[in-house]
Write a new protein. Structure first.
Length: 178
């Protein structure tokens, strides 16, 4: 109970780090590391590899694929989902880990990953640790820049998703991929 109270309940435990857990009286580094490892194993059981690569027909399907692993992160992370011509998953990569309210993204890194995977499309994604999926002006500008770069490269930017712990926002669904 003391652990859950310290980190803000079960949902806070998902976001907790080693320092957070070590603040609980009686919890030392070894025990905190065991707890974090257990949480990671639990998260990975939700991400079982399927024999068939998932095919994403809607933004919601991509979001449901990403939310368990990336939605509840304590700092902002930016990544890409690489897909083939039928929108089947090739791989997912985190390209930037930032702070509580931002991360830096280099378009060269985004499209280098896409080219090396022979992807025909990418879904950009990042999380908002604040819990509010509303896009910032920087998010809108980045999306526009990536779409333009994708057009030059011949790689479609299929969507840009903003993830929170339980919700998402899709630029495609909003009609804002330009």
């Amino acid at each position: 109970n003391a652990i859950l109270e310290t980190v803000g309940g079960v949902h806070g435990l998902i976001k907790a780090n080693l320092d957070d857990l070590c603040r609980v009286p009686g919890v030392r580094v070894a025990r905190a590391a065991q707890m974090l490892a257990s949480l990671e194993f639990g998260r990975r059981t939700l991400l079982r590899a399927s024999p068939v690569r998932p095919r994403f027909a809607t933004p919601k399907e991509v979001a449901l694929h990403l939310l368990p692993e990336f939605g509840a992160r304590a700092v902002e992370q930016f990544g890409i989902v690489l897909v083939d011509a039928r929108h089947q998953l090739l791989r997912t990569r985190i390209l930037s880990v930032g702070t509580v309210d931002g991360s830096i993204v280099d378009p060269r890194e985004v499209f280098r990953e896409a080219v090396s995977a022979r992807a025909t499309g990418i879904v950009l994604f990042h999380n908002h640790p604040s819990g509010d999926p509303a896009p910032s002006p920087d998010d809108v500008a980045l999306t526009k820049r990536m779409v333009e770069a994708g057009e030059l490269m011949g790689i479609e930017v299929v969507d840009h998703l903003i993830l929170t712990e339980t919700r998402y926002l899709s630029f495609r669904e909003l009609g804002r991929l330009r």
